[in-house]
Design a binder for this molecule. Structure first.
Ligand code: NOJ
Length: 825
């Protein structure tokens, strides 16, 4: 039974009076700062605070809250510190059977939530489903803003883009002053670090080191949670096979297996073992689903893929995140086959919730509910809201449609209130699981915010991960450089671009905290070495300005070695940053050609958020180091590799095309009926370009050399239920210690659905001293042999499988085994 608004108020008033008498509820009259952003002040997409001018992008009231944080009133701190929690207050108000229990006690949680729900008005319920944006992170039209007044009125259950211990405390206080005192969730895009910015996810994936990725997410969660963040909109687990799409930078590349490993690692890192711990945050697997399949690589664009491609390629990382216990999933902006994801009940309620057993929250993307009108499946905001809620989207980020338009839909019977209740319960459960009912202030800790930000240990971790995330693409015996060279010329504006070190989606990271490549090199070389910097060329799309060339060439002529840093700025990838070409922007290639013509030893360091097609460099530059965007410790990490303090070990998590016309190009393609054959005209290839990539998936060099033996099998046959072990010997055949990433691929030779030429099914990082050999084992079960069958389920079929093991997707040795008696699961 629902109480009327009046009845609820009087109960609440009684409870408030009760607590007021013991001094636990502060007097009314808190600041009610307006949160409306002035028109025309929308920050650039992807821009975190480091790229904004807070004074110009925030209204005065909010800016004041950030620059002059107001500490929580003492009486309320006392309330939290004294062990009296939001749950106490609610329990007292509701009376039995509501009671307080530990966050981990799910039976109590359900009883508590049922009690709470029974006290909520429809408006309060829809308030819980409404997520207004706060200070930061507009990534679309500013159609609403939220602040304390909305919270007090029960119109907001969570916020997008707020952080700061003091400000989030202040909003939680406002929540305490709402009728039911329900605490808020604070969501933020903590993608690859909060203040201590780590390598962008594509770079992290290049490490092929899930443990390192888990650690970076753990640190990001610890930092962000101290600043009040309870919920991150990460990991982004979209498979991306079109480097024109700017968001390729945010994910783990093209492969479902590697992507699943990274997705699970990130979820573990963000959420830890205990979501209610004050140093963990709820993670979000996004964007559900197939957002990376956007036609033409154009962001937000239509996706039209087969069900098999959806299940075999795009969904596995989401499934991995769900199996790892991810707390929330974000719906994607795309449509698949005519159904926008925000209205896609069969995928959200069906596959995600029913088939996979996901019990968490589904949040819309920014104005995703509103956009159902533009997609052309809703004629009114009300219809959009109904479609979204019915499809299983619980929280309406930014549109404000659930709050405003669903009351009429419920009143008219178009939406059963049970649908609303289901979504509200999911929101309340998340709050319970995060421990917010027990203590809404647990994440907003101004002391921890100071002590847990940019700590030396975290900076060390950022440098270590950055070292592992670079991929050495070419080295004609020029690297590593000596530290005692007479003169090094460092050329390219990116070498001195601290903001670009951070990459897109840099959370609350600040450019001032990033160490550039130029600084890193200066710190690394001997005091006798002269480092001359010249800007030379700046990445500008369509840029033609060569004014910096003469100065750069003067520096080059004086130098014993040249480090040329070229690529893209951080704003050239990320959301709404698609490119129709994937070459080096502007005059950078022209500068590279001039420098190369001098014959000076040349090392090209690429900084970029997507694979770049650079065939000229591949042929002519003596050395190329792919560094992506490596975060606050980019400079020292790049210098570590350039000067040989660290031996590079990264491998490409994406195929690098020779030209934009090859897109999509990925390693696990089909054989076709006419596989490419240079000697046969009527085969699948191009007239004027090789069909092979510039650099294959899994490729990456080292300063040493490795030999990976032919694979040995524990048995020539496998039966369902068996574990077949593949063993290979890996030897460091060079003179330096190094790490090889050994990769195992499988190929199903004949089956009822055309098989990819090979599919990654295992990898291991192996550290080896010079001359050392280690044997690596890969266990295989039928799960590794399964495919999405003709009858739309995962199956396996008997027959021969080829096992490939090696150091990239093309540099492999093989053997075969027979799967016998595989009659299906
Ligand atoms: C839009 C992006 O698509 C999504 O990834 C992000 O989490 C939200 N904006 C919130 O910033």
């Amino acid at each position: 039974m629902q109480l009327t608004r009046e009845g609820g108020s009087s109960r609440a008033a009684r409870a408030l009076r009760a607590f007021a008498t013991v001094g636990l509820i502060a007097a009314a009259g808190c600041s009610t700062a307006s949160t409306a952003r002035p028109a025309g002040t929308t920050p650039a997409p992807n821009a975190g605070p480091a790229t904004q001018n807070p004074a110009s992008s925030l209204n005065a009231a909010i800016a004041d809250q950030i620059t002059n944080p107001v500490n929580a009133p003492a009486s309320r701190d006392t309330a939290a510190a004294g062990g009296v929690t939001a749950a106490d207050r609610i329990a007292a108000m509701l009376g039995p059977p509501a009671f307080l229990g530990p966050a981990q006690d799910t039976a109590r949680r359900e009883a508590f939530i049922d009690s709470l729900l029974s006290q909520m008005t429809l408006a309060e319920k829809l308030g819980q489903l409404n997520q207004p944006p706060g200070q930061w992170g507009d990534t679309g039209p500013v159609v609403s803003k939220g602040g304390e007044a909305d919270v007090r009125a029960g119109h907001a259950g969570s916020f997008l883009g707020v952080y700061g211990a003091d400000y989030t405390r202040r909003l939680q206080h406002a929540a305490e002053e709402s009728r039911l005192h329900i605490p808020l969730l604070f969501g933020y895009d903590v993608i690859h670090g909060f203040r201590t910015i780590f390598p962008v996810p594509l770079a992290e994936a290049s490490s092929w080191d899930p443990a390192a990725v888990e650690r970076s997410a753990r640190i990001a969660a610890t930092e962000a949670s101290a600043w009040g963040v309870t919920w991150t909109f990460a990991p982004m687990v979209d498979i991306a096979r079109d480097p024109r799409w700017g968001r390729v930078v945010e994910g783990s590349g093209e492969d479902p297996y590697l992507g699943s490993m990274m997705a699970a690692a990130k979820v573990r890192g963000f959420q830890g073992d205990d979501l209610a711990s004050d140093s963990t945050v709820m993670a979000t697997a996004k964007h559900f689903a197939a957002y990376g399949g956007a036609e033409g690589g154009r962001d937000y664009n239509t996706v039209d893929i087969s069900k098999r491609t959806l299940h075999a390629i795009y969904l596995p990382p989401f499934h991995a995140a769900v199996k790892e216990g991810v707390g929330s999933v974000m719906a994607a902006f795309d449509e698949i086959g005519g159904v926008p994801m925000h209205a896609n009940g069969p995928l959200i309620n069906g596959v995600l919730r029913h088939d996979w057993g996901f019990h968490g929250l589904v949040v819309s993307d920014y104005t995703g509910i509103m956009e159902l009108e533009r997609h052309g499946v809703a004629g009114t905001p009300e219809q959009a809201g109904i479609l979204g809620l019915k499809a299983g989207v619980d929280i309406d980020m930014v549109s404000g449609i659930y709050l405003k338009n669903l009351p009429a839909a419920v009143d008219s019977g178009l939406v059963p209130v049970q649908d609303v209740d289901r979504a509200v319960k999911r929101v309340l459960r998340s709050k319970w699981d995060l421990g917010l009912f027990q203590d809404p202030y647990r994440y907003s800790d101004s002391t921890r915010q100071k002590t847990r930000t940019l700590t030396p240990a975290d900076l060390r971790a950022a440098r270590e991960e950055a070292r592992e995330s670079m991929v050495l693409l070419k080295n004609d015996s020029i690297l590593p450089l000596r530290k005692d060279l007479g003169t090094i010329a460092v050329i390219g504006s990116l070498a001195n671009d601290s903001l670009s070190c951070l990459g897109p989606w840099h959370g609350a990271g600040e450019a001032k905290d990033a160490v550039t490549i130029l600084q890193g090199i200066k710190q690394a070389v001997s005091s006798d070495t002269k480092v001359i910097y010249a800007k030379g060329a700046t990445p500008v799309l369509g840029g033609t300005d060569t004014a910096g060339f003469p100065e750069a060439m003067r520096a080059v002529r004086q130098a014993d070695a040249v480090v040329l840093v070229i690529g893209e700025t951080q704003a050239m990838s990320g959301e709404a940053a698609s490119r129709s070409n994937i070459d080096l922007p502007g005059v950078q290639l022209a500068l590279a050609k001039e420098i190369q013509a001098t014959g000076k030893p040349l090392v090209v360091v690429l900084m970029n958020g997507r694979p770049l097609a650079t065939p000229w460099l591949a042929e002519h530059a003596p050395a190329i180091l792919e560094s992506w965007f490596l975060g606050v410790q980019m400079g020292p990490a790049v210098a570590d590799v350039l000067f040989g303090d660290v031996n590079p070990s990264g491998k490409l998590p994406v195929t690098v095309p020779r030209a934009v016309g090859q897109i999509p190009i990925y390693y696990d393609h089909k054989n076709t009926g006419r596989p490419p054959n240079p000697n046969d005209h009527y085969t699948s290839k191009y007239l004027h370009l090789p069909w092979t990539p510039l650099y294959p998936f899994g490729f990456g060099l080292s300063y040493t050399t490795f030999d990976v033996s032919a694979p040995r099998l524990s048995s020539p046959t496998m039966r369902p239920g068996d574990t077949l072990t593949v063993a290979v010997d890996v030897t460091n055949t060079g003179k330096r210690a190094g790490t090889e990433v050994v990769q195992l691929y499988l190929h199903d030779e004949v089956r009822s659905v055309t098989p990819p030429v090979k599919e990654l099914r295992g990898f291991q990082r192996v550290d080896l001293q010079p001359g050392q050999t280690r044997t690596v084992h890969f266990p295989l079960t039928v799960n590794d042999l399964a495919f999405w069958g003709l009858d739309n389920r995962w199956i396996y079929e008997p027959g021969w499988f080829t096992v490939y093991v090696g150091s990239s997707s093309v540099d492999v040795k093989s053997t075969r085994f027979d799967l016998v008696d595989g009659s299906g699961p």
